[in-house]
Structure formats: C-alpha cells, structure tokens
Design a protein around this ligand. Structure first.
Ligand SMILES: Nc1ncnc2c1ncn2[C@@H]1O[C@H](COP(=O)(O)OP(=O)(O)OP(=O)(O)O)[C@@H](O)[C@H]1O
Length: 274
C-alpha cells in the first residue's frame, strides 16, 4: 500500500499562490419555472485549489447533488458559471470523473474489474498498452491488484466502491467529484475507504470535491469544509481544517482540534436548520 507522505505533489511552494482548479461563480439552479419553480442552489461562489480535498457538508435535500451535477456539466445551471482550470464547463469535461454513492449501479456487471476500470480510457482514445498499464496502476492504488479478472458481483460492497474509485482515478482527472461515496457501506469499511481516499489523493496530488451529510467524515477527510445551508443551498462557512496531514481514525477523531471543528460544523448546520 501507499504511505501518506505528508506532502501532496500539488502543494504550492512557500510564497506561491495556489492554482484554482475549480471556480464556481454566482451559481444558481432552479428546477421548473413559474409558480412551481424550485430553487435548489443560490448564488454559490467558491474555488478549489489544485491538489486540495474539499468537502461539502449540508442537510439532506439542501442541493448538494444538484451543485455537483452543475459542476460536472450534467445539468446546465440557470445562473452563474463553473470553470475547470480556467475553461467554462459546458457539457461534461473529458478530464473530470465522478464517483457516486451507488457502486452497484455504476459498475458494469458483465465486465471484469479490469474491464470496468479500462472502459472510460477507451473513450478517451488511450492506446492498449497504456490502458493496461493504467488499469494495473489504479487497481494497485486501491489495493485490488489481484482482482483484475473478477466480476463486480464477486466482490464485497467496499471492494466494488474501490473499483469505482480506481476507474475514476485511472483517467487522471483534473477534478474528482464524489457524491456521498461511502454512504452505502458499513462503518468499518467506511473508515477503510476514507483512509484509502486520503492516501491516494495525497500521493497522486488529486483535486477532490466530496459531498457528504456526515459531519465527522467531512472534518476527517478534508483540507477544507464548505458548510451549506438548507434548501436552497448557500455557503454559510468555509472552514480550513488544520489537522495534521497524517490522520488516524481513532486518535484524530479523539483530538481536541477534531472535536472543536466537528462542533463548529454541527452548530452551523443546526443554526441554519432552525
Ligand atoms: N430533477 C429535479 N426536478 C425537480 N426538483 C429537483 C430535481 N432534483 C432535485 N430536486 C429538488 O432540489 C432540491 C435539492 O436536491 P438535491 O438532490 O440536490 O439535494 P441533496 O442535498 O443532494 O439531497 P440528499 O442529501 O438527500 O442527497 C430538493 O428539494 C429536490 O427535491
């Protein structure tokens, strides 16, 4: 397995300004029109720097998935702009990958693990030898090097979600979007997948925007937590997470800094819900 080095490949040098990989500017989205229109997100503005792992936490139904879908180019926002490394998003960008909560519906059951990871690389026009190399590499990152020939239905839920993560990372996306990626696995597997994500993200310098409704998960994973209000989603706080880079499911969660941050996020969410 990969070790957490404590430094991301994309960490800016001292004095260097971080590069904004993602820019969300004045984003609005309303479903429908006229008196039945429903505002799902309202005037959201934020950036995510290259190499950062940012978490978005918000109450159920506040508009988190809508926000991610607008960023992914899956729906056209009714207002505002999304830019990925400076280019306005108009349709799904080729260098963006998404991991959804429901791994059982996002993997192809008739393809092997290797076939699933390779699939998007074909549509990117990557040659056979390079595809083989990337599949092997990405499955190594998620600890599934020996499972290439298995089918998804031969794997546990946690292993299937590892395959989804490997598939997303194999295309070397400029931005990885994750929508409640660990919400469908048991608590122990969730901890393992959280650690795996942090390790791979830091090792590969990936830029990740992850949506969760789990306050503890957002604080444990993130370099930064964006707290959303209830519907329509607006940003109520943008909190840096100054926990050590090397985190541990037991000691980190027991630390005074973690407990204080978790309390702060919980209070913000409670205040907005009231
Ligand atoms: N296609 C749609 N048409 C109309 N309304 C929609 C549509 N998709 C979502 N909504 C509404 O927009 C609001 C935000 O939904 P969204 O799924 O983005 O919230 P969420 O924060 O991701 O929810 P959850 O935490 O439960 O997954 C909700 O009130 C939802 O009912």
């Amino acid at each position: 397995m990969i070790n957490i080095t404590g430094l991301s490949k994309n960490d800016p040098a001292p004095g260097e300004t971080p590069v904004a990989m993602l820019e969300v500017e004045g984003l609005n989205h309303r479903f429908g029109s006229g008196p039945d229109a429903h505002a799902a997100v309202r005037d959201l503005t934020f950036t995510v720097s290259a190499g950062q792992l940012a978490c978005i936490v918000g109450p159920s139904g506040c508009g988190k998935s809508t926000l991610l879908r607008c960023i992914a180019g899956l729906i056209k926002p009714t207002g505002g702009k999304v830019r990925l490394h400076g280019d306005e998003v108009q349709g799904v960008p080729a260098d963006l990958a998404v991991v959804f909560q429901d791994y059982s519906r996002s993997l192809f059951p008739w393809l092997t693990v290797a076939g699933n990871v390779e699939f998007p690389l074909r549509s990117l026009g990557i040659g056979k030898e390079e595809r083989r190399r990337r599949v092997e590499e990405a499955l190594g990152w998620v600890g599934l090097a020996g499972s290439q020939r298995k089918f998804p239905w031969q794997l546990s839920g946690g292993m299937q979600q590892r395959v989804s993560i490997a598939r997303a990372l194999a295309s070397r996306p400029a931005l990885l979007l994750m929508d409640e990626p660990f919400a469908s696995v048991d608590a122990q597997t969730r901890f393992e997948l959280e650690d795996l994500l942090r390790t791979v993200q830091r090792e590969q310098g990936s830029t990740v925007l992850l949506v969760t409704h789990d306050i503890d998960e957002s604080v444990y994973l993130a370099d930064r937590v964006l707290v959303l209000s209830s519907s329509p989603a607006t940003i109520v706080a943008d909190l840096p997470v100054d926990l050590p880079a090397e985190r541990d499911q037991i000691t980190t969660r027991e630390s005074a800094e973690f407990v204080a941050l978790r309390g702060e996020v919980a209070r913000l969410l409670q205040k907005r819900a009231a």
